[in-house]
Ligand binder design. Structure first.
Ligand code: ATP
Length: 804
């Protein structure tokens, strides 16, 4: 017995590159035999052709329609005129001779009966053994030991072909050696002649029978095993001896057959059934292995697959030679063989060099390995700079990406800041403009003629982007103590929450909030003639611009509003609370045109006779007791009617019997509506109901489950109130001239509407319950445009009072 030392072993493993196993696909060869004499006599023709070294083509001369492919590619295909020597040299040799390198190998022959399996395997076995002996002769520095064993599996029974006993052998699972066959004869070969003799014995022992397809049909699966042990001569007899040991299997499978074709009966039929069953198991195992080594593989379903398990996806290099009969009558069988071959070429095996070490050699080897590892620990190997560089490069790339993202975010934030700053500048400009009219505003707020009070509530003031009425954009923001410090405030609101005395001054502090008549007179007394004159001049300019851009051009106005709405950047509503500081596009007020009219329209006392009277039966509006709100469609119809009236009329056409009566009726209607909206008048009068009483603030913090519906109702009510106060151009004019509180109320309501829209945007992204229109915006803008006229009248009054 030869041996190799530990160093030699490591060199060997490096050289072979298989120390840790080598995965490779099963080598699949296809051999097409020529037509035999019987087939030629039957004038059979060959439908198969090897068009190159790797492809076999099915020439369907009958033009049959078939689900099978016509071309098959494998590692190597051999035509009918190829010799077994060629098959061996160009195909199986490399696999078979792995055994001399300590790697297990297997050569299979698979195919239908009479396709040439035995013919091929006999030659392959001879050539392999011859080459092994030639190798042994070449490598005299090594000592080889060859052992031979042979079995056949006949009707699922294992027989020892080297034994004359007919006793079936048992298959055992050995924890170290794997699957073994009990009591199997293993002959140590003396020489080549000895092997030839044993092969003859096997041939004689193997079950062979005559069928209609093959006179010498193999009725069993035959496995010849040649085991080679080799070791280096120089280590023989020394303690540190190791040896390579591997086996090569020559597997000549029984041929699949159709009972009808083979005309088998009796014993032959029984043999055929066993053959087909075991071949079916082999096909199943191969098919499963071809899909990857996942799940359970039924090796144990047959003795054939159990014994061949290491060759099928295990520690072995494997070649399968699929033999084909060219005869047309065997076409289907040939196609089945090729399908098996197609699966087999997907199966992966993992061959390893099989080294057997003596105990002393093993200890020596392990000690050496231990010393090497310890030295590596003491002096760690220099770092792998290339790997480190690669890692750093990846980190740099990641950081660069992050930087790019941050730059993008920064740019976005800057643009947002610019927008906000612009808004603040606009706010300041408008505040200055308002400041010049601050006293007048104060008077306005304190006017007793304001029929609809807002006790304990906030009055909002709309600001325009520029003093020019034709270029105003409405902004509205709710402010409170918390919000007043927010940088991004775009519109200022003056709140009179708790104490009127603590009211925030508008703009430069000149303006004062709602107060009683005494405050009004005090403010009037503080009016400076010079500032009044200046205000007068400003207002004159404003009026001039109003005259040059009359409101009557409703289409233009509407278009402008439409463009503002369609362009969110030009029409924004900003919430100044920091946690909700995102700019939100203001949604448009509700659409009323499509609301169907109903019978629930209140009679309007100031309405001219002959026109439709609005009656407001208080009991129909519910109230605190019922707690009910009007259905929104009822209220919508009111707004709709009024709006349509306003649209259908011009100032010239308007028939106004009594402005005072009209205003009184309007106020009454507004009060009733607003009381109805808020449940009752107990907490305040009409429009004086604050947003807080509506519950918007609490809704923002913890919106109720049905808040969208409730919200929509509230929004609609306020919108309709607003419309009630803005019926038509001429009425509006009287409002401004004679009914001082209402213009601000209407503006206030517009602000509220916008704030509600903002809340809606905040809470109901994409909620289809909110369908907004644009009609209020233009009307509101018109209210603003007329506001200077009112200021003018007020100034005149103050001037007159002062001079008198
Ligand atoms: N390539 C070939 N060239 C010439 N003759 C061949 C070739 N292959 C097979 N034959 C002949 O065909 C006949 C059947 O061959 P063989 O017995 O090897 O088939 P088989 O596949 O082993 O059949 P079974 O499965 O029934 O044992 C034999 O007479 C054999 O000599």
């Amino acid at each position: 017995m030869g041996a190799i030392g530990g160093e030699e072993l490591m060199n060997w493993e490096k050289m072979e590159g298989v120390g840790n196993g080598r995965e490779e696909k099963i080598l699949v060869l296809v051999r097409l035999r020529p037509l035999n004499e019987k087939e030629i006599a039957r004038n059979d023709v060959s439908d198969w052709e090897c068009i190159n070294d790797t492809t076999v083509l099915f020439r369907n001369s009958l033009q049959e329609r078939s689900m099978f492919p016509t071309a098959y590619s494998f590692d190597r295909v051999f035509s009918g005129d190829a010799t077994t020597r060629q098959v061996y040299d160009e195909g199986a040799k490399g696999i078979a001779l792995s055994v001399v390198s300590g790697i297990n190998s297997s050569i299979f022959a698979y195919g239908q009966t009479s396709s040439g399996k035995t013919y091929t395997m006999t030659g392959i076995t001879e050539y392999t053994v011859a080459d092994i002996y030639a190798y042994m002769q070449k490598h005299e520095e090594r000592a080889f030991v060859l052992k031979f064993s042979a079995i056949e599996i006949y009707n699922e029974a294992i027989r020892d072909l080297l034994s004359t006993d007919n006793i079936p052998l048992r298959v055992l699972d050995d924890p170290e050696k794997g699957t073994i066959i009990e009591k199997l004869t293993e002959e140590t070969l003396r020489d080549w002649g000895h092997l030839k003799q044993l092969l003859s014995v096997c041939e004689a022992q193997r079950k062979v029978g005559e069928t209609s397809l093959n006179e010498t049909s193999s009725r069993s699966h035959q496995i010849l095993r040649l085991t080679i042990e080799s070791s280096a001569n120089e280590f023989i007899g020394k303690d540190k001896s190791t040896k390579l040991t591997a086996s090569v299997n020559f597997v000549d499978l029984a041929g699949s057959e159709r009972a009808a074709q083979a005309l088998s009966v009796g014993q032959r039929l029984k043999e055929g059934c066993h053959i087909n069953r075991s071949l079916l198991t082999l096909s199943t195992v191969i098919r499963k292995l071809s899909k990857g080594k996942h799940g359970h593989v039924n090796y144990r379903d047959s003795k054939l697959t159990r014994i061949l398990q290491p060759c099928l996806g295990g520690n072995a290099r494997t070649a399968i030679i699929c033999t084909l009969s060219p005869a047309r009558e065997h076409v289907e069988q040939s196609k089945n063989t090729l399908l098996f071959a197609s699966c087999a070429k997907e199966v992966t095996t993992n061959a390893q060099v099989n080294v057997v070490m003596s105990d002393k050699a093993l200890v020596k080897h392990l000690q050496k390995e231990l010393a090497r590892l310890e030295s590596e620990l003491r002096t760690p190997a220099p770092p792998d700079y290339s790997a480190l560089l690669k890692k750093k490069d990846q980190q740099i790339e990641k950081l660069e990406k992050e930087v790019r993202d941050l730059i993008k975010q920064r740019d976005l934030a800057e643009s947002r800041i610019q927008e906000l700053l612009q808004a603040v500048r606009n706010d300041q400009v408008s505040t200055q403009w308002d400041g010049r009219q601050g006293n007048a505003c104060a008077d306005e707020y304190s006017s007793e003629s304001s029929s609809i009070k807002l006790p304990g509530t906030t009055r909002h003031q709309e600001n325009s982007n520029s003093p020019s009425p034709s270029n105003r954009t409405l902004f509205a923001t709710r402010t409170d103590e918390e919000e007043s410090n927010t940088v991004c405030k775009e519109v200022r609101c003056v709140e009179t929450n708790e104490s009127i005395n603590d009211q925030t001054a508008i703009s430069n502090g000149e303006s004062e909030s709602v107060s009683g008549p005494t405050e009004t007179s005090r403010l009037r007394n503080r009016v400076n003639i010079g500032s009044l004159e200046q205000n007068f001049q400003d207002l004159q300019n404003t009026i001039n611009s109003l005259v040059t851009q009359p409101y009557g051009d409703g289409d233009d106005e509407e278009q402008e509003v439409q463009s503002q709405i369609s362009n969110p950047t030009s029409f924004k509503l900003t919430k100044s609370r920091s946690c909700r500081a995102n700019l939100v596009t203001s949604s448009s007020p509700p659409e009323f045109e499509n609301t169907p009219p109903n019978d629930f329209e209140p009679r309007f006392p100031g309405r001219p006779e002959g026109r439709k009277q609005w009656d407001i039966p208080p009991q129909e509006y519910g109230g605190a007791a019922s707690g009910g709100l009007l259905r929104s469609d009822s209220q919508s119809s009111l707004g709709s009617t009024m709006l349509e009236d306003a649209k259908n009329k011009t100032s010239g056409e308007e028939d106004i019997p009594s402005v005072d009566t009209f205003v009184a009726g309007l106020k009454k209607m507004a009060k009733l509506q607003f009381d109805q909206v808020n449940g009752s008048g107990a907490e305040g009068d009409g429009l004086g109901k604050s947003v807080k009483s509506i519950g918007i603030d609490s809704m923002m913090d913890s919106p109720p489950a049905d808040w969208p519906q409730e919200f929509a109702r509230q929004q609609k009510c306020i919108v309709e109130l607003w419309q009630a106060c803005n019926v038509s151009l001429i009425h509006r004019t009287y409002f401004f001239l004679l009914f001082r509180g209402d213009p601000m109320d209407s503006i206030y309501m517009e602000v509220e509407i916008r704030r509600l829209s903002f809340l809606k945007e905040t809470f109901s992204k994409g909620n289809p319950a909110f369908q907004d229109g644009h009609t209020l915006t233009s009307a509101s803008r018109f209210s603003l445009s007329l506001y200077p006229i009112y200021i003018l009248v007020l100034v005149c009054e103050v001037g007159w009072a002062w001079t008198s």
